[in-house]
Design a protein around this ligand. Structure first.
Ligand code: FES
Length: 140
């Protein structure tokens, strides 16, 4: 790659990073750059999968030990905010009992991340709803 193209791409990336940090805040930005728990899980105890009205699909996988979530992960083919929210949903479920997971909502995710722009708030609903589907798969 030419130095000119390298420099253009670096400038473009810096601009995207600056705008994302400004619009989403540090917590969400860090999770967007490095979303924890983003991988499928083999042989989970519970699995939820939802395609939201936006057309994006999220999956959440849970493993339980002694009645609590010992492992949680997610995948998504969706937007950056869906990666942020899926990562948080998995993290919030870790160590929790089913009754505690039932109380994890889109609002819980949004409060934890410090809010998202209004047009991205449905991404938190997709993550929370997928978590609830996974929980009900476990309970059933
Ligand atoms: Fe579909 Fe964000 S736009 S999950």
């Amino acid at each position: 790659m030419s130095d000119e193209l390298d420099s253009f791409l670096k400038e473009l990336q810096d601009q995207i990073y600056d705008e994302t940090l400004r619009d989403y805040g540090r917590k969400a930005f860090d999770r967007w750059i490095d979303p924890s728990h983003m991988h499928p899980m083999e042989n989970p105890d519970a699995h939820g999968r939802i395609t939201g009205s936006c057309g994006d699909t999220m999956e959440i996988f849970l493993r339980f030990k002694d009645g609590r979530v010992s492992e949680a992960s997610f995948t998504t083919d969706g937007c950056g905010p869906s990666m942020i929210c899926g990562s948080l949903a998995a993290e919030l479920a870790l160590g929790k009992e089913p009754e505690e997971i039932e109380r994890i909502t889109a609002e819980t995710i949004l409060e934890t991340i410090g809010g998202l722009p209004e047009e991205d708030q449905h991404c938190a609903s997709l993550a929370a709803n997928t978590l609830q589907v996974a929980l009900h798969d476990y309970l059933d």
